[in-house]
Design a protein around this ligand. Structure first.
Ligand SMILES: Nc1nc2c(ncn2[C@@H]2O[C@H](COP(=O)(O)OP(=O)(O)OP(=O)(O)O)[C@@H](O)[C@H]2O)c(=O)[nH]1
Ligand SMILES: *[C@@H]1O[C@H](CO)[C@@H](O)[C@H](O)[C@H]1NC(C)=O
Ligand SMILES: *[C@@H]1O[C@H](CO)[C@@H](O)[C@H](O)[C@H]1NC(C)=O
Ligand SMILES: *[C@@H]1O[C@H](CO)[C@@H](O)[C@H](O)[C@H]1NC(C)=O
Ligand SMILES: [Mg+2]
Length: 391
């Protein structure tokens, strides 16, 4: 009796000791290449819990059922980047996270993790939506073979990512976010701090892959955007961004969008008065529910119109994979720190041609006279004879 009890206690003590040692080891073994420190930053700033050079976090909308895919993504994010930089993770969910999810994800990193539930009003039907009509629309899209046509949760997800994630209280003290999803892959070492890189250069939005959207998910999105632009002439600050979105002077949207499952951005863009008014206008129009507007075209149209060319950056050097598209750096030197095939990179495919078209835009900004012309309404853009120096 005595012996058994002592033995059990010893077992527990050994268990605790081993757990502490494992924790110690996770914290002290250097993983991957040393961080390339941008000017004026000390490596101590990147210790877990230290004040970062910029207030930034990974932001992850995820379901409890995706724990294993989440751990898989975090393992690569940590090994390729964050084990040296220790940016915190903010996990968001429409239902409370389980203890299993919290423990499983926390075990992947020595950085701070926090878990938030999304307020009901950010993940539900607004009063002006006719839910009977919304159901009819879903069934009609399903008959036409549109992906995720029947899913209500997918629509709440797209609307949340379009208009609400940046308002979550856990992000109140955060200025830059990096979006990750379960099962994404990071096949290259990221040796520098992309948040600080953006901050120093005034970059507000970063992407890895830009695609054409399925037109059947957004039949009236462009008309709704143009309606808003006509009401708010100052909204289009960047005429060449407008040309990235439309090849015919604004008559139609070509579907170009930054693929938003990867984004590194300044939250100030989304918190701006302009963006909030834009989102409100789209939300009132009902397309998140009557169609299936994605957060990718919604974010991208705003970024292209509101930001100057150089405020949007292609992170061509960040290896990234979300099924079925890959961004793999092309330069030979990068291959030494990657495990991806550069010939398979999305930029080589027609469907992802928007990826290279953004950096190819003439830049950086619209001239004052061009701004004035846009101020009179978008249709002026389509009028023959206007030459705005687009390639
Ligand atoms: N909590 C929660 N997260 C969700 C829900 N639906 C989607 N998500 C998350 O939102 C992100 C985007 O959803 P996905 O299902 O990956 O959508 P997608 O990337 O367009 O589609 P896939 O090609 O299937 O990956 C992922 O991080 C999901 O985990 C939901 O109903 N609840
Ligand atoms: C971790 O995050 C929580 C929630 O945001 C915060 O209250 C806490 O101070 C953070 N801890 C550290 C060590 O940064
Ligand atoms: C809601 O939509 C249904 C189906 O399209 C329609 O019959 C009904 O009149 C609509 N209700 C309102 C209040 O507009
Ligand atoms: C371009 O426009 C942005 C956003 O309006 C502005 O901050 C920036 O100073 C402009 N750059 C130049 C070179 O005019
Ligand atoms: Mg996904």
């Amino acid at each position: 009796m005595h012996f058994n009890c002592g033995f059990a206690l010893l077992n527990v003590l050994v268990g605790v000791l081993l757990a502490l040692l494992a924790r110690q080891r996770a914290g002290s073994v250097p993983e991957g290449p040393a961080p390339v420190l941008l000017d004026g930053v000390d490596v101590a700033a990147y210790q877990p819990g230290a004040a970062r050079p910029v207030r930034a976090a990974f932001v992850v909308l995820v379901r409890n059922s995706e724990l294993h895919g989440m751990k898989r993504a975090m393992r690569q994010v940590e090994d390729r980047f964050n084990s040296r930089f220790n940016y915190p993770y903010v996990f968001l969910n429409d239902v409370p996270f389980t203890d299993e999810f919290k423990a499983g994800t926390a075990a992947m990193t020595k950085a701070n993790v926090s878990f938030g539930t999304i307020p009901h009003e950010h993940w539900s039907y607004p009063a002006w939506i006719n839910q009977t009509y919304a159901r009819e629309c879903r069934e009609d899209m399903h008959r036409r073979g549109v992906f995720y046509a029947l899913s209500e949760s997918y629509r709440h997800m797209c609307r949340f990512n379009s208009g609400f994630f940046f308002r979550h209280p856990l992000l109140a003290d955060v200025d830059y976010y990096w979006r990750i999803e379960p099962d994404v892959e990071y096949p290259c070492d990221i040796t520098y701090d992309p948040f600080l890189f953006m901050h120093r250069r005034g970059i507000k939005y970063g992407y890895t892959i830009a695609l054409h959207e399925y037109p059947e998910t957004i039949p009236t999105l462009w008309a709704t955007v143009k309606e808003f632009v006509a009401q708010r002439p100052g909204f289009v600050r960047h005429v060449n961004g407008y040309r990235w979105l439309s090849g015919d002077g604004g008559a139609t949207y070509n579907g170009c969008h930054f693929w938003s499952n990867f984004e590194i951005g300044a939250l100030a863009v989304f918190r701006s008065e302009e963006y909030l008014a834009y989102f409100e206008h789209l939300d009132r129009a009902g397309g998140f529910f009557y169609e299936r507007w994605g957060d990718a075209p919604v974010h991208s149209i705003a970024a292209a119109l509101l930001l100057a060319k150089d405020e949007v950056h292609w992170f061509h050097d960040i290896g990234y994979y979300h099924n079925p598209w890959l961004n793999c750096p092309q330069d030979a030197a990068a291959q030494a720190r990657c495990h991806c095939d550069p010939s398979k990179s999305a930029e080589h495919h027609y469907w992802a041609s928007c990826t290279r078209e953004w950096p190819a835009l003439p830049g950086p900004n619209t001239t004052a006279s061009e701004q004035a012309a846009i101020g009179h309404g978008v249709e002026r853009m389509a009028s023959p004879g206007r030459t705005l120096g687009f390639r």
